[in-house]
Write a protein of this length. Structure first.
Ligand SMILES: Nc1ncnc2c1ncn2[C@@H]1O[C@H](COP(=O)(O)OP(=O)(O)O)[C@@H](O)[C@H]1O
Ligand SMILES: Nc1ncnc2c1ncn2[C@@H]1O[C@H](COP(=O)(O)OP(=O)(O)O)[C@@H](O)[C@H]1O
Lengths: 113, 130, 130, 113
C-alpha cells in the first residue's frame, strides 16, 4: 500500500545511472522526467535508466523514456534501459519499444554497453 | 453470478492506484491467472489515464462488471460544473496507450454522450471454469 | 482540499478487501503514518463487517471523505429489493468489533434511516500538517 | 493482491499446531474455524494456533479463536496462540484478549508451554 516510488542517481566516468523503484504511473512519472532531464542536461556520454526495482509502469512511464531518448540523442549521448522483470519487459514488447530502446538485463551490462 | 462494483473519485493522478487495486481484486475473484490479473491492472490504468489529464478536474466513475470469466470496465469522466472538460492529451502517449490496450484486452472503445467522455474495455479469462 | 471517494459493491465477504485497500490508500494520501493507516484499514473492515452478515445480500455503499487530516467513512447497506435486510450478528462479535472501533477511531456510530442501516466513523491524523 | 490466505496443520506427541497465513477476515475465518474444530475434536492435549504468518486479522478472526478456546477447554485441553507481529498483537490488546489467551512469541515456546 505504501507509495514506495523512489528515484536515485549515481554519476561518474561519463555515465549517469538513474534508478527508479516502485510504480511509475501518471502520478510518479513527472518526478522521473525531471530527474532524467537534469541528468541528461549535465551532458554525460551515457545515461542508464535502471528499472530493476520497478513493479509497475504504464504508457506515461514509456512517454517519459521516449522523451529522454530524444533528449539524449539531441545532446549527442546514449540512453540505455535496464529491465529484468517480465511484466515490465512486456510493456516495452507490446508497444514495439524493444526495437527503439537499448535494453540490458543488468546495470553493469548497460554501463559497459 | 454477476458482480458490479462502482468507484467514484476525483479525477486525480494519485488516486488511479485505487482503480488498479480494484481491477486486480475483481480479476483475481473472477479466476484470472496472475498474468491476466496484471494485464487487467495495466489496462484499467490506461483506460483511466486519458480521463485524468492534468488540470481537467471533475470526477471519474469507474464501473467493473464481472459475469463469470468476463470482465467489463468503463471509466467515465464527469466534468466539474462549469469546468473545461477533459483535455486532449499528447498523441504519442495516446498511441502508446492504445497499443497497450490492443495487446491486453479483447475489446476496447471510447464514446461521448451528453458531453461526458467514457472509455471501456472487455476482457475474457483464458482458462476454463474450474 | 476535500476528497470524496465512493465505492458501491455487493455485500459480499470476499469484497471487503476492497474497502480495506481503499481505506489504506485514502489514509496514506491524507498523511496518516503507517500505524494510523493500519488502524483505519482495520476500523473500516469492522465498520463493514456488520453490514455483510451471511445471507443478508444487497449492496454496500461506502463513502470516504477526507478533509485535510480528517477522514470520515460511512458504510451503508442497501437491501436487495424484497430482501430480508441485514441480519443481527453474534453479540460476542459485535462487542469485539465495538472495542476495536473504540480503540482505533475518534468517533463512530450507527443509524437507520428509511430501513437502511449505516455505520460511520471519523479519524483525525495525530501528526500536524507538514 | 493475491489472496494468500492459507492453513496448514502438524500433529504429534499430543500437540496439534495449526498455522494460518495471510489475512483472516470475514471471508477467510470460516475455513480457519472448521480446521480448528477438526483439530480440537481429535482430542490433543494442546492446540497451538500459529499466527506468525498472519498479516491482518479482525473481530471475526478473534471470534473464531474465542470459540476454539471454549471448545478446547470443554474437551479438557489447552489452546495456545503464537503471535509476533505488533499489528496482530494490537488487535488482542485493544480487545482485552491478551488477558484471556495464552500468547507466545514462537511455536517452540507455545509447544513447551
Ligand atoms: N467500437 C466502439 N467504439 C466506441 N464505442 C463503442 C464501441 N462499441 C461499443 N461502444 C459503446 O460502448 C458501450 C458499451 O458497449 P457494450 O458493453 O456492448 O454494452 P451496452 O450496449 O449494453 O452498453 C455501448 O453502449 C456503445 O455505446
Ligand atoms: N452517536 C451517534 N449515534 C448514532 N448516529 C450518530 C451519532 N452521531 C451522529 N450520528 C449520525 O451520523 C451522521 C453523520 O454525522 P456527522 O458526520 O456529524 O455529520 P452530518 O450531520 O453532517 O451528517 C449524522 O447525520 C447522525 O445521523
Amino acid at each position: 500500500m505504501a507509495e514506495t516510488f523512489g528515484i536515485s542517481e549515481k554519476t561518474g566516468d561519463g555515465v549517469s545511472v538513474v534508478s527508479a523503484t516502485g510504480e511509475i504511473d501518471i502520478a510518479t512519472a513527472p518526478p522521473l522526467r525531471r530527474q532524467l532531464e537534469a541528468s541528461i542536461d549535465r551532458g554525460p556520454a551515457v545515461v542508464v535508466v535502471d528499472l530493476l526495482g520497478v513493479t509497475f509502469m504504464d504508457s506515461t512511464a514509456l512517454g517519459v523514456l521516449v522523451g529522454a531518448l530524444k533528449r539524449t540523442r539531441a545532446a549527442g549521448g546514449a540512453l540505455r534501459i535496464v529491465v529484468s522483470d517480465t511484466r515490465v519487459l512486456k510493456v516495452f514488447e507490446i508497444t514495439g519499444l524493444t526495437e527503439v530502446f537499448s535494453i540490458f538485463a543488468t546495470v553493469e551490462d548497460a554501463v559497459r554497453g | 453470478m454477476i458482480d458490479r462494483i462502482e468507484l467514484s473519485l476525483p479525477a486525480s493522478a494519485e488516486l488511479l492506484v485505487l482503480a488498479r487495486l480494484t481491477a486486480a481484486t475483481v480479476a483475481s475473484r473472477a479466476g484470472f491467472d496472475v498474468e491476466e490479473v496484471e494485464d487487467l491492472r495495466l489496462a484499467v490504468d490506461e483506460l483511466c489515464i486519458s480521463m485524468v489529464e492534468e488540470g481537467a478536474g471533475g470526477r471519474l466513475r469507474i464501473e467493473f462488471v464481472r459475469d463469470a470469466g468476463l470482465i467489463e470496465v468503463s471509466c467515465g469522466h464527469e466534468p466539474e460544473p462549469g469546468g473545461a472538460g477533459s483535455v486532449t492529451g499528447d498523441p504519442t502517449l495516446r498511441d502508446l496507450s492504445a497499443r497497450i490496450l490492443d495487446a491486453l484486452v479483447d475489446e476496447h472503445g471510447r464514446d461521448t454522450r451528453g458531453g461526458q467522455k467514457r472509455a471501456w474495455l472487455r476482457k475474457q479469462r483464458a482458462r476454463q471454469e474450474a
